[in-house]
Design a protein around this ligand. Sequence first.
Ligand code: ADP
Length: 506
Amino acid sequence: MMNQRYLVALDQGTTSSRAVLFTMEGQIIASSAYEFKQYYPQPGWVEHDPADILSTQIEALRSVLRQTGISPAEIAAIGITNQRETTILWDRQTGQPVYHAIVWQCRRTAPMVEQIEKDGASGLIREKTGLKPDAYFSATKIRWILDECGLQEKAENGDLCFGTVDSYLCWHLIQGHPHVTDATNASRTMLFNIRTQEWDDELLKLFRIPRALLPQVIDSAQYIGNLNPDILGTPIPVTAIAGDQHAALFGQACFEKGMVKNTYGTGCFMLMNIGNECQLSQHGLITTTAWRLNGVPTYALEGSVFIGGAAIQWLRDEMKLVQKAADSEGIAKDIDGNSGVYLVPAFTGLGAPYWDMYARGILVGLTRGTGAHHTVRAALESIAYQSADLLTAMASDYGSAPSALRVDGGASANRFLMQFQADIMNLQVQRPAVLETTALGAALLAGLGARLFSTLQETAAGWHIQDTFSPVMPEKERARLLRGWNRAIRTAEFWSSLAKEEEQEI
Ligand code: ADP
């Protein structure tokens, strides 16, 4: 036991598979990432080859050990975290997938979801799963594969397995082919009752999905089995699974109810720990299982901003206003204020708390003096305003505002953005030392699952905040900026309502 000093996170993401090696205190020793091919067979469709997912994940694991010279025998436990909702069906005998993985982003089953809504099943789904029916979630993807490949009978006979990516990895990486998933991943299928923490017969019937297809649902931290020795030569215990955003909430040590984290990536993902009672949102957010430990679920409210860091990519690639994303910080700081210029980056519609799929982006408040600086600043500010809107929705569902916001993700490196975020939310923003919170969460859960830690406090003993951003903006200024933002949002919604009206007239 004494020489087992490391924890490994397998972080299976949408564009790459990563392996990250941590000390028991949660410090990163090394990481390795392998990208894999994205398949776009039709507009709006996205697939992965499950064989690529598996091979890049194994390669990343081997590579991180090669890099460091650490022996597999020194690894105490492995945790898995993964892109959520992505759906794989495979043959129970051979392990061979029957179709490519249908990725969470894929819109192919949107018509199926519209039909479900027309049939009036939305309320039932929401009540049981905490989700707003959408093509993201696995249920309609499973239905599509069964229909497309004519596999209903085979599924009913128990000859097929369904799994999200965690499940597929466990089957292929662990001795004895366990067919499992954890409660966080199950919560994203639209088939799992988050209140009872069981697959739901009524939902299974609604989607005509046989129970025989489904994995056993386990805790987020528990012994699952040992890694196949042909991978590293040693049977290392695999002791945790959590969906990526859930792992990030854990990796931000948001263990108490009311704690919130926001990840600033291409989009932003905000999750709030709401404790052990399942609560539905009145403001367009979803409810999900944050994690399940010793059979006890902790719940979270979740909301996302579709265009977060992507607004900065847009400045760079389409508008050519910055050469690299990091330049946006200096440019935004160069001017005193936003001069009344607002960008609503509703390039793909507006998500929570607005939910307007027809909304499109607008840049408003322009004068003769408006230039590149204002546009760049407006783009950065828009990330903070959208996140603030999510936080306001969460706080009002939860009944009180959090005392701080914990941040991570690529754009959290931007000091202007973080200070503005603190100012506009009137809340302290805390940035931890380890920004790889998804991988860290999986590693810490693995430590917990291997009983190397006995309490959550012990689990996150090494976790600490590196930077804090405290609000300094006068209340009047904050209120003035938020009024401007609300006006901009209403303008974008007005534009979309006119477009809808015209469409109906034609
Ligand atoms: P993802 O995991 O979604 O690929 P990352 O966490 O890697 O995202 O973050 C990348 C995003 O962050 C990009 O959209 C990029 O434009 C943005 N970004 C990266 N660095 C900065 C920065 N210094 N300022 C603002 N945005 C940034």
